[in-house]
Design a protein around this ligand. Structure first.
Ligand code: SF4
Length: 324
């Protein structure tokens, strides 16, 4: 038996992540996005516009409309490429190309707003709501000069408005002033959570389960899931809260003894996600009860969950690691 275990360990390598706070996710992971200032992007575009003579010469093989104009980017059918760029075909009378370039950036922003399936992007002022974002990456593929995803999984916060990021937002943090005192006082050493899948599709549930596996071993910090709300100190909601689950969720929440915490995990739970306007969901519970922690992600990464709960309960990774 022991030899078998050794063989398994040798072939799989050591999976256990000793210091969770030092874990770095690969570049491919889509975590906290960053937005670029449209005004700066516009300036960069203008800086790269060639002078009038060169530009007109280069336009020799551009796509043209039926009335002979050089087609704008928006007029070129999808899939067709042409030498026409988003730059103006000619400089205007002042030799200034900025008004057209300005239009292009704003058209791109409006395009992003229309492209986003959950309405997470607002064009003016440019912002992205992580509570609605599906992390599909379409916006970053369409306009990498305006949106890019990083591999930063630190996205948990207790302020819903903090999830609305704008150009220049460099991190998302928990606001210590909003944390109820009884949370840090009561759950600073041990915490049992009950997970309620309120119409979720199973992805966030799987990731929460993964936070307890051999890699992440969240249980090392005295935090665990329990099967009964009577044994729990708080609830974790996943899923958009379907009408069928609304009452069950309420009963489950009432069964947890005070003081208790409420965590909403994943885009569906935070905003309803793709189902936000569906008549099949009933989110009135969240109008009555204010969540203590919002965990963006679709699904939520185990490290987002672990760091969020640790921060909410005032735990220190280093202190706990030292004790081990
Ligand atoms: S990643 Fe997808 S869901 Fe998120 S803002 Fe971009 S397009 Fe919208």
């Amino acid at each position: 038996m022991f030899r078998t275990k050794l063989r398994v360990l040798r072939s799989h390598g050591i999976q256990y992540i000793k210091h969770l706070d030092e874990a770095v996710l690969p570049e491919i992971f889509r975590g906290r996005p960053i937005l670029f200032d449209p005004e700066e992007t516009r300036a960069a575009h203008v800086a790269t516009v060639p002078d009038a003579t060169t530009h007109l010469a280069e336009n020799g093989d551009s796509k043209r409309t039926t009335d002979g104009r050089i087609a704008s980017q928006a007029e070129i059918p999808e899939g067709e490429t042409g030498k026409t760029t988003c730059f103006p075909e000619k400089h205007n009378n002042n030799g200034n190309s900025m008004p057209r370039t300005y239009d292009v950036i704003h058209r791109e922003l409006a395009g992003l707003e229309a492209l986003c399936p959950t309405g997470a992007i607002t064009a003016v002022p440019f912002s992205l709501d992580l509570g609605r974002c599906l992390f599909c990456g379409e916006c970053a593929r369409r306009a990498p000069h305006l949106v890019q995803f990083t591999n930063d999984y630190h996205m948990a916060t207790n302020d819903r408005l903090a999830l609305n990021i704008v150009p220049g937002t460099e991190s998302i943090k928990l606001d210590p002033d909003r944390v109820r005192r009884e949370i840090t006082r009561t759950f600073g050493h041990a915490l049992k959570l009950r997970e309620v899948c309120a119409g979720g599709e199973g992805s966030t549930e799987m990731e929460l389960g993964a936070s307890m596996n051999v890699n992440f071993d969240f249980g090392r910090y005295g935090i665990d899931f329990t099967a009964s709300p009577r044994h729990a100190d708080g609830l974790v909601i996943t899923g958009p809260i379907s009408a069928n689950m609304a009452r069950a969720l309420e009963i489950c929440y009432e069964a947890v003894a005070e003081p208790k915490i409420l965590i909403v995990a994943g885009t569906d739970a935070i905003s309803g996600g793709l189902f936000a306007n569906s008549p099949a969901i009933d989110r009135r519970f969240l109008d009555r009860v204010q969540p203590d922690l919002y965990l963006p992600g679709n699904p939520v990464h185990p490290l987002t969950f672990i760091h969020g709960v640790m921060a909410l309960t005032g735990r220190s990774f280093r202190k706990t690691n030292r004790k081990r």
